[in-house]
Ligand binder design. Structure first.
Ligand code: HEM
Length: 151
């Protein structure tokens, strides 16, 4: 049996061992599972207090990150930039920072949690701006896709 090459923890963090696109997809699936589990719990208990958390986990965490993952898999050159790495972390941290404190706030926690929610929102908008820039630069570098028919 051929042994796989050893992977350093630093390689994983820098996304060298796993493509950035795949990392976006896996994180999206994790957020999606959490969001759906929350939806299931809300339905079963008839307690919809955390509905905004459910909606944001599913839409920002699952749908948004899954779409970004698919994009980076179709445009691997865009995934290689430092900006794309920052995009991943801003998106993932932003979702956690928005939804966690939002849950606390909705469950009657300290009003100061609102500041964290706001911070999460600002990080998420910044990550979106970065994504726009990454796509714009990628389009400028190679504006068209040539489809070659199979032989
Ligand atoms: C196992 C999967 C899911 C379950 C069990 C579930 C369950 C629920 C429940 C019980 C509600 C509250 C509905 C009400 O007010 O009567 C809700 C609302 C919502 N869900 Fe889900 N959901 C699931 C998946 C998703 C996904 C994948 C998304 C988005 C991609 C999503 C987005 C939303 C949104 C935006 C609302 C708020 C709707 C509104 O304000 O009227 N859900 N969900």
């Amino acid at each position: 049996m051929t042994a796989l090459p050893a992977t350093k923890a630093g390689d994983l963090l820098e996304g060298r061992a796993m493509g950035l696109g795949n990392r976006f997809l896996i994180t999206a699936l994790l957020f999606g599972t959490m969001g759906m589990a929350l939806g299931l719990a809300m339905g079963a208990s008839h307690d919809f207090t955390l509905m905004p958390v459910h909606a944001h986990l599913n839409l920002l965490g699952y749908v948004g990150m899954f779409i970004a993952g698919l994009y980076y898999r179709t445009a691997p050159e865009a995934a290689e930039s430092r900006m794309a790495e920052v995009h991943y972390w801003a998106n993932a941290v932003g979702v956690v920072m928005l939804t966690g404190p939002l849950a606390g706030l909705l469950l009657g926690g300290a009003p100061q949690l609102g500041l964290l929610v706001l911070g999460g929102g600002v990080i998420l908008i910044s990550s979106m701006m970065l994504f726009i820039l990454i796509i714009a630069m990628s389009v400028l570098r190679s504006p068209g896709v040539t489809i070659v028919p199979a032989e």
